[in-house]
Design a protein around this ligand. Structure first.
Ligand code: CA
Length: 227
């Protein structure tokens, strides 16, 4: 995990750097606003720790510029200011969290862990195979950036196939996991085929690369190219 620390007070920067390295974070330090601005714009970080009071460009200025560039790394603000207005201003500018100096180092570590976890969670809430994307929170599907209109059941089925991409999914698995039936029955087989046909129409029909494939007598497989 790579962290950018923008902090002009040498003593604090050094102590934080040492502590973070001991926790096995990879730390890059910027001692001025200009330096922080440059690094944040040119390199990729998993998290940015930003002091507000900096010589040159101040932290809020860096933060606003970062958010305009749509840098998605979470930003934790460190500041000696502790008025409610400053907090609100910091969070409104796109900071993800806020810590007022002086703070205890374990508190900083806990905030960092929470922010990094949140970042990973966001990723886990999206599935992608080729240009097919599922947003599991908004329950939206898209292929090549174009939204796909799916029913709730179709969405569930597609999610299941995507989670097992490149693997054979049998009708038994679908009956058990999507229809929640323990016994495989012939009528359900037919129903599954209807659903797969509908999904294929929505997901594959307009596209050169087909993603949903049928393995005769075995089941289905989602992935690029024929199985
Ligand atoms: Ca400072």
């Amino acid at each position: 995990m790579r962290i950018l620390l923008v902090e002009d007070e040498a003593k604090i920067a050094k102590a934080l750097e040492k502590g973070l390295r001991e926790e096995h974070y990879d730390v890059v330090i910027a001692k001025t606003g200009e330096e922080g601005f440059f690094l944040a714009g040119t390199e990729v970080f998993d998290l940015v720790i930003l002091d507000l009071m900096l010589p040159g460009r101040d932290g809020l200025e860096i933060l606003k510029a970062l958010r305009k560039q749509e840098k998605q790394a979470p930003v934790l603000i460190l500041t000696a200011r502790d008025t409610v207005e400053d907090r609100v201003l910091g969070l409104d500018s796109g900071a993800d969290d806020y810590l007022v100096k002086p703070f205890a180092f374990p508190e900083l570590l806990a905030r960092i862990r929470a922010l990094l976890r949140r970042g990973r969670l966001d990723q886990a809430l999206r599935l992608r195979v080729q240009d097919l994307e599922l947003d599991l929170v908004a329950r939206k599907a898209a292929r090549g950036g174009n939204p796909l209109e799916l029913t709730a059941r179709e969405f569930e089925l597609l999610e299941y196939l995507m989670r097992h991409q490149g693997q054979v999914v049998s009708r038994e698995m679908i009956v058990r996991e999507i229809w929640k039936e323990d016994n495989r029955a012939t009528p359900l087989d037919n129903l599954i085929d209807v659903y797969i046909a509908r999904l294929r129409k929505k997901v594959d029909q307009e596209f050169q690369v087909k993603l949903i494939h049928t393995l005769r007598g075995v089941g289905f497989i989602l992935g690029e190219g024929s199985p």
